[in-house]
Write a protein that binds this ligand. Sequence first.
Ligand code: COA
Length: 293
Amino acid sequence: MTPSAYSAPVMDSRSTFKEDIFLGKVLFCTGGGSGICKGMTEAIMRHGANAAIIGRNLDRLTQASKELAEKTGKVCIPLQADVRQPQTLRDAVRKAIEKFGRIDFVICGAAGNFMSPIAALSENAFRTVIEIDTLGTYNTVKATISHVREAKGAYIHVSATLHYRGTPYQIHVSAAKAGVDAISNVIAVEEGPHGVRSNVLAPGFTTGTEGMRVMTGKKTNKAEGFSNPLGRFTEIQDVANAAVYLFSPAACYLTGQVIPIDGGAEHLRGDFFPYPSSVINPSSVETLLKAKI
Ligand code: COA
């Protein structure tokens, strides 16, 4: 009989870390209303922190903050802001400080993505993703750094693995995430002597997220021909566990790192689409592109 491949378990960080490690701490998370960032916020709150979640859609944020508070017993406030507009972020930081008096941890997670060949991608479309991901990260750092310094806190930036190579139809996001990685490295060096740490988490295909739907057209963990060393797609919980570790005192000597949370998939990466047929004829993958090809 052929032995079946290993598939990693999905663990709750509370099985490893004490539940009170973030007691008295405050998290400020952009993009915290849904997906991976909401999952990271929940995990950090489960270990004792209060949180402010930031995004454009106040209804979604309000719903998410209620849910997070109910699940964790901690306080979560929704703050409407667009990471592309620095003043809205400054206002959100002011409200978070009014409410909690401090910001220890920041997750720069707000992001935008869609698949598009260069030929169909307008200059404005490219700029839009750079503005959300790269400038949005910078704007968030700029608005929060004095408080994070005061708290001797830490940043986590949400990036991706697709720019480690040339991923077709992702020129905008690849450029944007390369910028995010660079921003984190500079923060690590410039702010380390002030007691601030900065690291990047780079999730692979993550089950149940908007990014997964955009990149693969699916929301489930079943994909034809998919395999990686640890036998499954990334779960939000995997990224959340890494965030708990990175903000915890156990990671106090860890800064300036880019950490893929992809089960080792990057080392096995093959063609993202059938190559070169998919770039010669983009309509062969048109259901994923949803662009004007
Ligand atoms: N293909 C090609 N171009 C696209 C596109 C697509 N699928 N989606 C948006 N664009 C272009 C628009 O046409 C516009 O360019 P134009 O003015 O030249 O026509 C530009 O991008 C800005 O689009 P707009 O919808 O006005 O921007 P927005 O700020 O409202 O939203 C996104 C932009 C990226 C956030 C939007 O695509 C979105 O809401 N995505 C879902 C959230 C998401 O991406 N989550 C995944 C995170 S990994």
